[in-house]
Design a protein around this ligand. Structure first.
Ligand code: PA5
Length: 446
């Protein structure tokens, strides 16, 4: 079965999408320029051959460990988790006895202490992922794990560490060099939320035994045509990423300021979190953008769906389906009459029926919706989905006139937190903090 986008319910007639379609030549020229200059490694993947070789060399080494503890945050963790949950659900199921991946992507003393108390150091590899090599949430955990490993393993501790970081710069690169720690690069120009198909996501994927070649092949099927030096405007206009981008930009013009990502592939729910970061950090700029809202079918039909159906009419939806999900066990044939309609049917038929019902109901309630229908739920399709949504996000940003590759607005909170911890400098932030904390507070007990 083919992978398809179903545009039937996209409300194209109500949108001024032609305004953006007319810019296909301009966007194709920009893609040719950016990929030609090596500024879009998400599409060109110049690192792929070297990475495959490095991963091949890492395979035997990783097999000696039962546990991988991944320290990272944002784009350095969300893609790995999406892949883990989609293709290695065993760890969350009864009776699991194989490798375990633990992702520490928060400042959570409780969770970190549990790792320190329960992980067997001899059988654990700690993978610290940070492109900048200086993110305090990640590097802070690295400091604690490094000390723990030292105490537990003595001089052997670097053998239990992998660093995934910038090829040349940053604190972690220095650590790799000073202590001889295995290190893999995050390629230049590949920001965290675009990096899942580099060592960032593929080292944990390799540890879990995923089909990495299939992931990369799927992504390339989408990315290669966009990275062609001969890409024409007409070709781009026919491509799914551009069509999604034109739709998304036209939606925002009409006040659709929320984009639901409704995953009807339950194991792929964490792709919603991955997409949310991709979309939000890339597009939330200059008072523009649409708020990503991850949701999972069918669970969220009984949670947030009422708001999707009948709340503010400002929502559009990307609706992820796969008609070939496992059919599962059969319902018994002697069920009470009330449930006669499922007698002898397969459990898996329910999610397909409910997905169809929800999709139709959303459309009937005025939610513009594109169905992303995958023929299979294999790593190849995951690679295609990553390529599709990443490329669509970049193109949406360009059509909106914002830079989809940076995230400047998140810096202020980080600087204020550092000021609070009394980091050197930051005088303006320290003064602002003092004013904030000393202002009269409106406190009310509850
Ligand atoms: O997408 C991004 O660039 C960010 O979300 C980063 O991934 C996140 O801030 C972590 O950064 P780093 O990998 O430098 O530690």
């Amino acid at each position: 079965m083919m992978d398809m986008l179903d545009w039937t319910c996209a409300n194209l007639d109500a949108l001024d999408i032609r305004r953006y379609e007319a810019r296909a030549d301009e966007m194709a020229a920009r893609l040719r320029e950016e990929t030609g200059a090596g500024r879009l490694p998400f599409l060109t993947m110049p690192y792929a051959a070297d990475l495959r070789a490095e991963l091949a060399g890492l395979d035997t080494y990783l097999k000696q460990f039962d546990h991988m503890l991944l320290l990272g945050i944002g784009g350095s963790a969300l893609g790995a988790r999406a892949l883990q949950k989609a293709f290695f659900p065993q760890q969350d199921q009864p009776g699991h006895a194989g490798p375990c991946l633990w992702i520490a992507d928060n400042v959570d003393a409780y969770a970190l202490e549990a790792c320190l108390a329960k992980l067997p150091p001899q059988k654990t590899v700690v993978v610290t992922v940070s492109k900048s090599g200086g993110t305090i949430e990640t590097v802070g955990q690295y400091f604690i794990l490094k000390e723990w490993m030292r105490q537990q393993l003595g001089d052997a501790w670097p053998e239990h560490m992998i660093l995934v970081t910038d090829e040349k710069n940053g604190f972690l690169r220095g650590e790799a060099e000073s202590h001889g720690i295995r290190a893999l690069p995050v390629p230049d120009g590949l920001g965290g939320r675009y990096s899942v198909l580099s060592a960032v996501g593929l080292v944990p994927a390799l540890f879990l035994g995923m089909d990495i070649d299939a992931l990369l092949t799927g992504a390339r099927a989408v990315a290669d045509p966009l990275a062609s030096s001969e890409l024409s405007g007409a070709e781009l206009a026919r491509s799914a990423p551009f069509q999604l981008a034109a739709w998304a930009a036209a939606l925002m013009d009409k006040g659709y300021c929320e984009m639901i990502f409704f995953a009807y592939i339950p194991l792929w729910a964490c792709f919603g979190d991955w997409f949310a970061q991709l979309w939000a950090e890339s597009l939330g700029k200059q008072g523009k953008g649409s708020q990503p809202v991850p949701a999972v079918g069918v669970t969220d039909q009984h949670s947030v769906n009422q708001m999707f159906m009948d709340g503010v009419r400002n929502k559009a939806c990307l609706f992820l389906t796969c008609p070939t999900l496992p059919s599962g066990p059969k319902f018994p044939s002697d069920l009470p009459d009330q449930f006669a309609y499922v007698r002898g049917r397969n459990f898996g038929e329910l999610i397909q029926a409910e997905g169809l019902g929800t999709r139709m109901a959303l459309s009937e309630n005025g939610v513009p919706l594109v169905e992303l229908r995958l023929g299979l739920d294999t790593p190849r399709e995951a690679g295609k989905l990553i390529g599709l949504l990443g490329a669509a996000t970049i193109l949406t940003g360009w059509l909106m006139g914002v830079n989809p590759l940076d995230q400047p607005a998140v810096e202020l909170g980080k600087r204020l937190a550092k000021a609070r911890m009394d980091a050197d400098g930051l005088d303006a932030e320290k003064a602002a903090l003092a004013a904030f904390l000393n202002a009269k507070r409106d406190l009310r007990e509850f």
